[in-house]
Structure formats: C-alpha cells, structure tokens
Design a protein around this ligand. Structure first.
Ligand SMILES: *[C@@H]1O[C@H](CO)[C@@H](O)[C@H](O)[C@H]1NC(C)=O
Ligand SMILES: *[C@@H]1O[C@H](CO)[C@@H](O)[C@H](O)[C@H]1NC(C)=O
Ligand SMILES: *[C@@H]1O[C@H](CO)[C@@H](O)[C@H](O)[C@H]1NC(C)=O
Ligand SMILES: *[C@@H]1O[C@H](CO)[C@@H](O)[C@H](O)[C@H]1NC(C)=O
Ligand SMILES: *[C@@H]1O[C@H](CO)[C@@H](O)[C@H](O)[C@H]1NC(C)=O
Ligand SMILES: *[C@@H]1O[C@H](CO)[C@@H](O)[C@H](O)[C@H]1NC(C)=O
Ligand SMILES: *[C@@H]1O[C@H](CO)[C@@H](O)[C@H](O)[C@H]1NC(C)=O
Ligand SMILES: *[C@@H]1O[C@H](CO)[C@@H](O)[C@H](O)[C@H]1NC(C)=O
Length: 519
C-alpha cells in the first residue's frame, strides 16, 4: 500500500512535469500568489489523460461518485513541485524527507490550506517543521494525515484550541513533537500516556500543560504566602482583639470591656484637655469612644495587688448590671495591669450642689422631684443590690441632661450596704435640698455642727434656714417643715428614730404628690 502511494506520487510529479511546463518555473512568490492562479484550460484534459493512462492515480478515484476539484488538484500539484524544488535536489522525489518552513508565514499558510496535499502527503516526508510562522486558528489537523512522520514542530505560532491528543497518539512513528510557544487550551487529562511519551520541553508555554511557573507560583502562594497571610491576619485580628476591640461590630465583642488602648484613644492619650478633675486617688476624664459616645472615665491611680484587681473586676461587673433611671449608667470598665478605670455615661447636667448654688430660683416641687428620684434609686439599690454601696452627697448626685432626673453616680462594691449610713446620708441630702446649706468639710466634726445648727432653729425659726431662693407660699411651708423633720429624723444619732426606707419613700412620694395637687 505504502509503495503504491509512493508510486502514485512519483507518477503524479512526472505527469506534472511532462504536461505542465509553467509549473516547473514556479518561484516562491508564485506559490504565495497561488490563490490567484487558475488551472490552464487544458488541465482538465491532462488529468483525464493521466487517469486513462494510470487509473491508480489518487485523484482519479472519485470520478464516478463526485466530480474532481480541478482547481484543488492544480494547486496541490504546484505546491508539491515547489516543495520538491525547495529540497534543491535534482532527484527531488527520492530526497523529499522534510518540509521545513521557518519564519515564512505566507508560504506556510498556503501549504496548510491544501487539504489535498496533506491528505496525500508524500510518503518520503518524515519531518514537518512549521516553526515561527504566525499561524493562527486551530491545530492543523490535515498534517495528521501524514501518518509516517517522525518530527512535527509547530513551535512559535499562535495556534489555539485543543490539541487532538488522540490523533497525535495514533502517529506511532512520531518521536519528536514540539508544540511550544502557542496558545492552545489546557488539556484536561495532562497525565495521559501521550504526555508521558513527550516530556515537558515539547509543551513549553504551549498552553497545553499547566504552566509550571504559574503552577509553582500557585504552590508557593498556597504553601507560603497563604499561611503567612493567615498568620498575619490572625495576628492583626488578635492584636485588635486585645488592644482595640471597638473596631469590631458591637455584637462581636463584650461591649463592657474597655482596653487601655481604647481609653487612651478616647481621651487623646489621657491629655489634660480631657482631664476634668484629679485627686490623689482618682483622675476623671471626659472621653469620646470610637462610635462617638461621650463618656466619663474614672481612672484609679492606686497600684493594687492582683487579688484587689480581681475584686475590682467583680465590683465593676456588679455595678455594670445596675439599671435604673436614677442611677448613672455604667458602660463598662478596664481592669488591666496598667489601668483600672470605670466608664460611665456622660451627663451634660451639673451636680445637685452646683445646681442648688446657681443663681436661679428653684421651686419646692422641683426639689421634691429630685429628692423622690434619689429615694427611688436608693430603694432599687438596697432591694436588689445590697452589696453595692454608694456615695450620696449633693456633689455626687448628677442631673440628667433632659428631664433633670437625679442620677446617683458613685458606686462601690464593698462590705455591704449599710442601711443606717444610707439613711443618714439621705437625711443630709434632704436637708441640703431644703436649706442650700452644707457641712463645711474643712472643719472637724462638720456634720454634727451642721445638724446642730439646723436643730437650733427647729421647729420655730425654720425660715432662717430655708433656702431664700425658694418661693414659699403657705402650704408648701408645711411641707418644707415636714421635709426638715424627716431629714432630722434620718440624721438622728444613734439611729433610734431613723425611719425605714419604705417610710421615707412613702412620705416623700406623698409630699411630691400633694405639691403637684397644690399647684
Ligand atoms: C526552484 O528554486 C530555485 C531557487 O532555489 C528557483 O530559482 C526556481 O524558480 C524554483 N523552481 C520552482 C519550480 O519553484
Ligand atoms: C473540465 O473543465 C470544464 C470547465 O473547465 C468542466 O465544465 C468539466 O466538468 C471538466 N471535466 C471534468 C471531467 O472535470
Ligand atoms: C480507490 O477507491 C477504492 C475504493 O473506493 C480503493 O479500493 C482503492 O484503493 C482506491 N485507489 C487509490 C489509488 O487510492
Ligand atoms: C473522494 O470521495 C470521498 C467520498 O466519496 C471524499 O471523502 C474524498 O475527499 C474524495 N477525494 C477527492 C480527492 O476528492
Ligand atoms: C521569528 O521570525 C522573525 C522574522 O520573521 C524573527 O525576527 C524572530 O527572531 C523569529 N523568532 C524565532 C523564535 O525564531
Ligand atoms: C514507521 O516506520 C517504520 C520503519 O521505518 C515503517 O515500516 C512504518 O511503515 C512506519 N509507519 C507508518 C505508519 O508510516
Ligand atoms: C526531553 O526530550 C528531548 C527529546 O525529545 C530530550 O532531548 C530532552 O533531554 C528531554 N528532557 C528531559 C528533561 O527529559
Ligand atoms: C521546542 O522548541 C523550543 C523553542 O525552540 C525549545 O526550547 C525546546 O527545547 C523544544 N523542545 C523539544 C522537545 O525539542
């Protein structure tokens, strides 16, 4: 079969050279212009003659079923003779082992366009090199018709699409394949036998195999960069967790936990502009949290043992749970090695002491309302949180921004709520509310002196001690007297006549109600 094919080609060429003289003077440019060439008028007859002489010629085989493509046959014969000439061998048919077209895109494209030529690819051709010809589109499958080839080099082109692996595998004599530097699509089964037959150097940047460099990069990223990123991310995350949890959404964190860094940021590094007051125990700052909330930050300066720190944490946890309209809301705390601080809501309002001393007149009813709020706060604390003590003075009770509710602000979890002390302090508070006079803390035994001063005027000269700024009509005067009586009972020492918190509440509430009615 092979030898008959070979014979066919020889006779094919012979018949060409004997019958078609113009073909023997073809030049490369002629070949390139081949598309414009048409067969001479007698080419038809020539072929017919050839077929008559030798019916075994390939192109004669189809006469009955489908007409021969004369133009195709004509062009193919020219290409064949051209190739023959290219080999520069006078006896070209026998020494026509190689089609080698490097860097001549036009010619190469022309060769590839000849279906007929490739189908009857001369059996002598064993090497096909179409290197560097800017060839485009899909793999030139026609070439695969040359079943005998040993070398196929398509490198440095722009072929795309899939490589016909199965057909290539069928070329048993193919030992040297080069598809490098093309744009083929990646092969799905890159570990098939075919890819074992040819090593990676046949597919350098061909697109067929996964790009080793890229693959290595991926591995590198996966094995090194990714873990590093993860570690870095964890590190950042952890750092934020420890230092600035306020960068996380509220639901992710315990909102009562404040860190040194958070408070440092809230107060501009504890700057003097934010410092409201300072004593040797406590610095009080005004701070603005990251979400814009204004807060009061009490920083405890005393260095304490870890045992004390633990207690401080427990105290904070307790006061954090307080929820009452007359208690300042504790937002959270910081209990770290280098900072102990309590963070409470910010109230624009002044404290009761400055409020009383301010120039404007404050009516009896307004005063009673503040007293009632304080009593409600105390009752809540002693009912539900007996372990929490608080500091009740006109300076520690603040007024809320809007409706002037009083807010008890200084809490401490201590040895338990001492009811007697609370009632006593409330008595002082009540008396101050009525008299706008307070114990002179500079003096020794100031509270006793203060109470004595009021008792001296009780009950007949009370006008002397009642705050002048309070406009007193007849009926409230009774009430004011009752309030002073209550205050003196509360401050009774030893606490024999001290009323209970319930009694105090009932009395103040009824005073407040009647003051409303009276108005
Ligand atoms: C054969 O090649 C030579 C140069 O190598 C050229 O001059 C001649 O025209 C070619 N003939 C054909 C038929 O291509
Ligand atoms: C010969 O050529 C003519 C036109 O050139 C065409 O009509 C005719 O079919 C051809 N004969 C064969 C046998 O192909
Ligand atoms: C022509 O075709 C027949 C079958 O159609 C085949 O047997 C024969 O080998 C073919 N001849 C050539 C020269 O290819
Ligand atoms: C011969 O005919 C077959 C089908 O009948 C076709 O596939 C083949 O391309 C034809 N060959 C030529 C040279 O026209
Ligand atoms: C491809 O051919 C061009 C000229 O056509 C040449 O400049 C270039 O170096 C060649 N590339 C390779 C890889 O042979
Ligand atoms: C492969 O090469 C061997 C020996 O050179 C030859 O006999 C055989 O016909 C070739 N195979 C093909 C398909 O051409
Ligand atoms: C790859 O195959 C070529 C020949 O096909 C050979 O020269 C080269 O050494 C081989 N490379 C490796 C890494 O096996
Ligand atoms: C394929 O061609 C490229 C570029 O010329 C070359 O680097 C590579 O070694 C060749 N591969 C083989 C198997 O010859």
């Amino acid at each position: 079969m092979a030898s008959s094919l070979f014979f066919f080609f020889v006779s094919f060429l012979i018949s060409l050279s004997s019958t078609l003289l113009p073909v023997s003077v073809l030049s490369a440019t002629v070949v390139e212009d081949l598309a414009n060439l048409s067969p001479p008028s007698d080419f038809n007859a020539t072929i017919a003659n050839n077929c008559l002489r030798d019916p075994m010629l390939r192109y004669c085989n189809n006469t009955s079923s489908s007409p021969m493509d004369i133009v195709e046959i004509f062009r193919s014969t020219i290409v064949a003779s051209h190739l023959c000439n290219e080999s520069k061998n006078p006896n070209c048919v026998e020494s026509f082992p190689r089609i080698r077209i490097h860097g001549r895109p036009k010619t190469a494209a022309l060769y590839l366009s000849f279906d007929f030529f490739w189908k009857y690819c001369p059996l002598t051709v064993v090497d096909i090199e179409l290197v560097n010809n800017s060839l485009k589109n899909c793999f030139p499958t026609n070439v695969l018709s040359c079943a005998q080839i040993r070398t196929l080099d398509l490198s440095y082109n722009q072929f795309s699409g899939f490589v016909p692996v199965q057909e290539l595998s069928g070329l048993t004599n193919l030992t040297h394949l080069n598809l490098s530097y093309n744009r083929f699509s990646e092969n799905k089964i890159s570990d098939s036998d075919f890819f074992k037959r040819f090593n990676a150097s046949s597919f350098i940047q061909s697109g067929v195999l996964p790009n080793v460099k890229r693959y290595k990069m991926k591995i590198l990223v996966l094995l090194i960069v990714f873990p590093i990123m993860v570690i870095l991310l964890c590190f950042c995350f952890g750092w934020l967790c420890i230092k600035r949890p306020d960068y996380f959404p509220r639901t992710w964190r315990r909102s009562y936990k404040f860190t040194y860094a958070m408070l440092e940021a809230a107060t501009d590094e504890f700057s003097d502009q934010h410092l409201l007051s300072t004593t040797n125990r406590v610095d009080i700052y005004k701070g603005t949290l990251r979400d814009g909330t204004e807060t009061k930050i009490e920083v405890y300066k005393e260095k304490v043992s870890s045992e004390k720190r633990r207690e401080f944490g427990e105290e904070c946890e307790a006061v954090y749970k307080l929820r009452h309209k007359n208690l300042v809301r504790v937002l959270g705390w910081c209990n770290s090695r280098n900072l102990r601080a309590l963070v409470t809501e910010w109230t624009q309002g002044e404290n009761v002491e400055t409020w009383l001393s301010s120039s404007s007149a404050i009516s009896w009813r307004r005063r009673l309302r503040v007293v009632l709020g304080v009593v409600e706060g105390i009752s809540y604390l002693s009912d539900l949180w007996p372990e929490i003590t608080f500091d009740l003075t006109t300076s520690s009770v603040l007024l809320s921004d809007n409706d002037q509710e009083p807010l008890i602000s200084h809490f401490k979890v201590g040895d338990g709520n001492n009811t007697s002390t609370n009632v006593f302090n409330f008595g002082l508070f009540l008396l101050e509310m009525v008299t706008n006079l307070r114990p002179d803390m500079e003096q020794e035994d100031s509270e006793r002196r203060y109470l004595e001063y009021i008792r001296v005027h009780y009950p007949d000269n009370l006008e002397r001690v009642i705050d002048e700024k309070m406009t007193i009509e007849e009926r409230p005067f009774d009430q004011v007297k009752q309030a002073i009586t209550l205050g003196l009972m509360c401050t009774d020492k030893p606490p024999l006549k001290q009323p209970s918190l319930t009694q105090i509440y009932d009395l103040v509430a009824s005073l407040y109600e009647s003051s409303l009615r009276h108005h």
